[in-house]
Structure formats: structure tokens, C-alpha cells
Design a protein around this ligand. Structure first.
Ligand code: PDD
Length: 273
């Protein structure tokens, strides 16, 4: 697997990162996951803009100008040997003695790698609902993912793929995805805010809906609406648009991927730029 660390492309096995790195000791960093389809990064600029936003909100200085980020991503795609790798980018606050607050002068650590694309989930997945146990800055794509890991482990224990997270009985997002429901031919997804990540795929689905003339409301979605939806979708860069066919053990709609999902999923690849 190809990697990149602080200015050098190398094999992941040859990558050495200090145990004093803030990412390792504190989970003090941010990341991006960007799919590549047919050699082209999907929504490259949106991902890089979100990385810059996460860095700013985490008060970590962006170590690279835009052209340097492009070189890293293009270099990884070229070296991956895969037609459609997934690119992972991570920036941490750097290497420093273990103090909660450090001098702002530590140089951020940049680490990146390619990953193989995950399995296709077009047959549909099972999901559970769970109380959202995460913090209140879920708009930052932080590498501190312990709650997300625990929530996904809980889903796995129920033989489900994703945990759909509820706050005050309303949907926030999935543990690693955004959530859409379809009811009566109209889509709804929770509005952006600190309770969820502004997903790139979520944004694309909203654009697609506008162009296709399908209603798409960004509004509060209650747990009751989720349970009664005709279709539930999970969106993420790695998987695209994934249909949920059971929720908490109950069938969603007819218990198979719905017609609206098929329509959107079939043309997602055309929305790369
Ligand atoms: N996760 N919400 C959360 C909490 C996520 O972790 C993700 C993506 C999303 C979807 O965002 P996007 O469409 O930009 O990928 C929403 C990635 C894939 C991950 O952590 O691997």
C-alpha cells in the first residue's frame, strides 16, 4: 500500500511516525477520505475545502498550500496501481512532549495513504438506531473516533452495518455516514450544524435532487419518521449511496433497495466534478 509522510512517498511498512505524535497520544488531528473513480478524485475541491475547514476549527495550521495537496493526492493515485483507490489524508498537531496544550509552533504531521475500495453495498444493509454518544463538534472531521468505533461495534453485534444516531429522538447522522429518508417521493436529511459532518456525498445528493426535480428538505427528521420511511439511505465517500433494508430488525419499505435509491445511485458517478 502506498503512503505519504511529511514530504515523501513510501510504502506503508516503511512509514515511521513518532509515538509522541499528537494524533497517537491525543487523537489530536483531522482527516479526509476521498474516493477516486476511474483515476479522478471525486469532488476533489470539496474534500480539500472541508480539510481546510476542519483544520481551522481544530486550530491546527494548514501545512500545505493548495497545489501541494494536489501533488500528494495525484502522487498517491499514480503510485497506487489501483483504478479506483480511496485516498486517506490526515493532519495532526505534530510531535511534541505530552502536554495537553503545546506551543503553536509544532510542525503538523501530514500522513496519507491509499486504501482499496470497499465492497459494494448495493444489495442493501441492516442498520440500528442508537443514542448519539459523541461530542458536540461533529462538524469537525476529527481522528478522535472512539465513540464512532464503539457505536459501529454495537451495530456489528446486532449484525448491522451502521448505527443511525439519535439526539433528543431526532436523527443526527450515521456513525460514519449521513442519513436521508424518502417518504411520499420526497427526500429529507437533517440540516447541517455541529451535530453532524457536512458530508460531500450528502451535498451531491442534494444537488442531484434539485436537478432531477425531486424534493429534498434539509430539516429535523424524527425517530418516528425514520422508522416509517419508504426508503432510508446512508451516504459516504467510500460507499456512495447505500440503501438500508432493515432498521432495528424491521423491514424498511418493501425490505429491498427502493426505486428512488436506484435512480440516484445509478447516476452518482456522473457527479464527480
Ligand atoms: N466517513 N458522517 C460521518 C460521521 C462520517 O464519518 C462520514 C464519512 C460521513 C459522510 O461524509 P462524506 O460523504 O464526505 O464521506 C458523515 C468516512 C468515509 C470515513 O470516516 O471513513
Amino acid at each position: 500500500m502506498t503512503a505519504y509522510h511529511d514530504g515523501r512517498f513510501l510504502e506503508i511498512e516503511d512509514c515511521c511516525i513518532s509515538p509522541l505524535d499528537r494524533g497517537f497520544l491525543f487523537g489530536d488531528g483531522v482527516y479526509e477520505v476521498m474516493p477516486v473513480w476511474g483515476g479522478r478524485p471525486f469532488r476533489y475541491q470539496a474534500h480539500i475545502n472541508r480539510l481546510a475547514r476542519s483544520l481551522e476549527r481544530a486550530e491546527i495550521k494548514d501545512p500545505y498550500p493548495p497545489e501541494r495537496w494536489r501533488e500528494v493526492v495525484d502522487g498517491l493515485i499514480e503510485r497506487s496501481g489501483l483504478p479506483s483507490p480511496v485516498i486517506y489524508l490526515q493532519v495532526t498537531r505534530g510531535v511534541a512532549p505530552r502536554e495537553h496544550v503545546i506551543d503553536d509552533d509544532a510542525a503538523p504531521t501530514v500522513f496519507a495513504m491509499t486504501m482499496p475500495p470497499p465492497n459494494d453495498a448495493a444489495a442493501g444493509v441492516a442498520a440500528i438506531t442508537a443514542e448519539d454518544t459523541r461530542w458536540s463538534r461533529c462538524d469537525i472531521k476529527s481522528v478522535s473516533l472512539l465513540p464512532n468505533v464503539l457505536l459501529r461495534r454495537r451495530a456489528r453485534d446486532y449484525r448491522a452495518w451502521e448505527a443511525i444516531l439519535l439526539r433528543d429522538n431526532c436523527v443526527a447522522e450515521g456513525a460514519a455516514s449521513n442519513v436521508f429518508i424518502a417518504a411520499g417521493g420526497v427526500l429529507a436529511t437533517p440540516p447541517e450544524g455541529p451535530q453532524l459532518l457536512s458530508g460531500i456525498t450528502r451535498g451531491v445528493v442534494i444537488e442531484m435532487a434539485a436537478v432531477c426535480g425531486v424534493g429534498c428538505e434539509q430539516r429535523t427528521v424524527t425517530a418516528a419518521e425514520l422508522a416509517a420511511a419508504d426508503e432510508i439511505w446512508l451516504t459516504s465517500s467510500t460507499r456512495g449511496i447505500v440503501p438500508v433494508i432493515t432498521l432495528d430488525g424491521n423491514r424498511v419499505g418493501a425490505g429491498e433497495p427502493g426505486p428512488l435509491w436506484k435512480r440516484f445511485s445509478d447516476c452518482l458517478a456522473d457527479w464527480c466534478e
